[in-house]
Design a protein around this ligand. Structure first.
Ligand SMILES: [Zn+2]
Length: 70
């Protein structure tokens, strides 16, 4: 199927999101929640997933560089 991109563009409209939610859930007034994927913070050295608010990797000791906030 190649309609994924079209669907995503349509989801920008609230009414379409609602209609799509109805299709998915069978409930009226259900709005599809578009999930935002949050990339976990990873060590620049060993690539393990780091906890928030750590300054150094617990695995390899590499200093954690926080990604710039947009
Ligand atoms: Zn590491």
């Amino acid at each position: 199927m190649s309609s994924n991109r079209d669907l995503r563009e349509q989801m920008n409209s609230d009414s379409v999101a609602e209609a799509f939610g109805f299709l998915l859930s069978g409930k009226k007034g259900y709005k599809t929640v578009i999930e935002r994927k949050v990339e976990p913070l990873r060590c620049g050295g060993c690539k393990i997933v780091l906890q928030d608010n750590v300054k150094f990797c617990s695995e390899c000791g590499t200093k954690v560089v926080l990604p710039l906030k947009k």
